[in-house]
Ligand binder design. Sequence first.
Ligand code: ADP
Ligand code: MG
Length: 542
Amino acid sequence: QYQGLSGRSTNEVLQLYSVHGQQQTLQRKSVITQLHRAIQRLKRDLKSLHSFALELSKEFQHQCKTYLYQVLTVVQRIQLQNEAMQMFQLKAFDLEQSLQEVTERYEKEKHKRRALHNSLVELRGNIRVHCRIRPLLPFDTAARHTVAQDRQRNFSEKVAYAADDETVLVKCNRPGHASINKTFQFERVYNASESQDTVFADVAPLLTSLLDGYNVCIMAYGQTGSGKTYTMLGPQLEKNPAFSTENESELGIIPRATQEVFRLISEKPPGSYWVEVSVVEVYNNEIFDLLAKESCGRVYGVKRDVVTTREGKSDVPWLTYETVENASEFLHLVNKGLQLRARNPTLVHAHSSRSHLVVTLTITTIVPEDNTGISWEDELISQKLNKEVSCAVPQKIRENKSTFSSRASSPASSETTEKQRQIKTKLQLVDLAGSECVGMSGATGAALRETSFINRSLSALADVLGAIAEQRAHVPYRNSKLTHLLQDAVGGDAKLLVMLCISPEQKYLTESMQSLGFGTRARQVHRGQVKKKNLPVLSRAK
Ligand code: ADP
Ligand code: MG
């Protein structure tokens, strides 16, 4: 452009310059205007940004507040819930405590009720019936082949349960059979897990009664293998058929009862009590004295008979009674008798349960002649006994340990003076033979004969109970040696406890139902108050 100015006039150049200046001014102005507008826009943007930021912060504050409020509410709620939880915990604790109290009270009431029931049983002279359901055992499955074909199915299914400690529940659903759902009530029911200790704890009060002047009889009833011998003696060892004292907790009623009797006697004045033992087996309706000795002193089973004395009591003349002074002497003697029972060649029973075993402890004490026997527990009399009666009797008996049942010739009874008389109480411990039905066991020959003798004796026992229950004038004690031998215990003045033993499996259902039926009938027998029988006749009392 400036090169183009050469040759032009000054005016033209000036004109050109001014036009160019104006153009530049115009350009600058427009740029400034644009800038100004941009600044204005920016200002506006900034303003709106500012107000947006303000609003955002306001909103943020607001939301913060809201959240804080919510957090606070939640915290409060949690606190409230915590408090409620604590309240609940306290309440649960209270409830737990009151439940415990109620349970304790219930247990107490149950004991009271049981004590009252026992007094009622006592007043009515009822037979106490306890029932023990043994656990399922390995041999239940192993013994399958001995069971009849139609009973093989569901062989190890459990059908008998202890519903509670007084109820047996028999529950059986077999296809093609009517379903059974029956309950049986007894004074006490033991489930499979209840120990020998527990069983004995319920038996022990009877032993106190024994020393208070009552006769006591405890008998185990049930089919073979249901746990009678286990309950009465303890587990049987392979080599030694009798009980062993190795495992004390497994000992049965017989050894424990003896220990308890001697413990109770040890609390009495020394020399005022003494204990004699006899061991008898009833096999094929014959009575065997398992403590009888040959002239050389070796024991061998001797057949004895049972008679009724003039007083109407049953007695076994010439039965051997051995005086024992402690439980281990007793165990030793009974072990000897039991070994004989298993070895006796005339008794070909493979299983000891083919005979009834009756172990009798006779406790003799001396009381003043004019004493009716009611207050003979009195401490004063006991002391008097101690002084007057630390008499020669026990010592004499100790010198001549074996005595016989013809009590007139017994050195013990001949020692009575004018002031004293002897009171004898008997504890009979009976392990009955198995109650299974004939035909079911598939027995033949000698075994069948044994089974039929057992069944006859057990049905004689049921008949006797039936006759007493119906208060018939004649009670057929003499139909069987077993009932004749146990006459005083079953029908007389003894406190009688029947321990029903039950195998829980399905295959023994018939036998279990039979045993439960026997127990139920036994419970219904009211024999009248046991002690009343010894009181003077009513006419004299009036
Ligand atoms: P029973 O005398 O009625 O024929 P046993 O007393 O000989 O029967 O019992 C048969 C088997 O069952 C034995 O081996 C015995 O040890 C076992 N037995 C019985 N009852 C129980 C029980 N309550 N707990 C554990 N084993 C038992
Ligand atoms: Mg047995």
